[in-house]
Design a binder for this molecule. Structure first.
Ligand code: PIT
Length: 307
């Protein structure tokens, strides 16, 4: 089931610029239906009046030029990204206090919710299917010289509630890779930050690969590898690369899965696997292993506690 390509957006890739028109002249926003919320505002389901196409409208508060420039960077980045595992941008509208991004609609909710939902009973093979697609999206982004820099389970959306197809969202911190660029951003939760971000050191493609390691660890266990009692402890765990597979949640986990994570959660970013290397790793590429995982019974589900 995981070899079929993910459904592309129901529209061709578009080069978008923020238009000064009023969005309500062209779209009907369903204010009742909140698809998600993030750092910058809410996402609502909406319909394009002329075509009947269902889309998602992300309303981003942008009151001054600096904030508007940040959203325009996001639009610019998305204009360069045409891949089935990356959510596609359809249009953008600018008004005095906000910019609204009109995006491809997917209705499966965040991958995060499947990690914490006991009813889903994620199997290791499900994790393979999810991680492979995230990795394909990253491989494409990195080929296009784009860093995501905010990969976490909240930013991975499921296409629907039946299949394991996913799309990466939120390019609000994404940027073209510039060698020796340091990054200063106020992130929300520290659990997903790579050591070089905590250290305010240079970021690179492998900064995203660290986050992939954290997501993999979480998919397999429901646990967060670096979560401490408070943010300070979490940051210390990240810098000391203090994590392990000691929890009972990993009892049934394959050695290949553990090896995959071990090659990503490495402090020195130049020693981590890159996206192409990760795609070739046995955990993602060995059909014999996948068959063995397919015939295996399930591990249990766990709670991931935030804050
Ligand atoms: C959906 C459904 C949903 C959230 C989104 C789209 C959000 C997408 C998004 C958010 C971004 C961004 C690009 C895409 O830069 O629940 O169809 O901040």
């Amino acid at each position: 089931h995981y070899t079929t390509p993910p459904p592309a957006a129901p529209f061709n890739h578009r080069i978008v610029s923020a238009k000064p028109n009023q969005i309500r002249n062209f779209y009907t926003i369903n204010w009742q239906e909140v698809l998600g919320g993030g750092r910058f505002g809410q996402v609502h389901k909406c319909v394009e009046n002329s075509s009947g196409l269902t889309l998602a409208a992300k309303i981003i508060k942008a009151r001054n030029q600096k904030e508007k420039d940040m959203v325009k960077n996001e639009i610019q980045v998305m204009n360069n990204l045409d891949h089935a595992n990356l959510i596609q941008l359809y249009a953008a509208y600018e008004s005095r206090n906000d910019i609204i991004l009109v995006l491809e609609y997917v209705g499966g909710g965040e991958l995060f919710d499947r990690i914490i939902d006991e009813n889903y009973k994620l199997m290791e093979l499900d994790a393979v299917v999810f991680i492979k697609q995230i990795c394909e999206g990253l491989q494409y982004m990195h080929k296009m010289s784009v860093l995501h820099l905010d990969l976490k389970p909240e930013n991975i959306l499921c296409v629907n509630r039946i299949t394991n197809r996913i799309k990466i969202i939120d390019f609000g911190l994404a940027r073209i890779y510039k060698p020796r660029e340091k990054l200063k951003v106020n992130f929300g939760t520290p659990e997903f930050l790579a050591p070089e971000i905590v250290n305010y050191d240079f970021v690179s493609f492998n900064t995203d690969m660290w986050s992939l390691g954290v997501i993999t660890y979480m998919l397999l266990s429901g646990l967060c590898p670096f979560l401490g009692d408070d943010d300070n402890e979490t940051l210390n765990n990240i810098l000391a690369c203090q994590w392990n597979f000691e929890e009972q949640e990993f009892i049934d986990t394959s050695e290949e899965a553990k090896d995959f994570i071990r090659r990503l959660l490495v402090v020195n970013r130049s020693w981590r696997m890159g996206a192409c290397e990760a795609m070739r790793h046995p955990w993602l590429s060995d059909p014999v292993l996948h068959h063995r995982l397919h015939t295996k019974v399930k591990y249990h589900c766990h709670f991931y506690i935030t804050e």
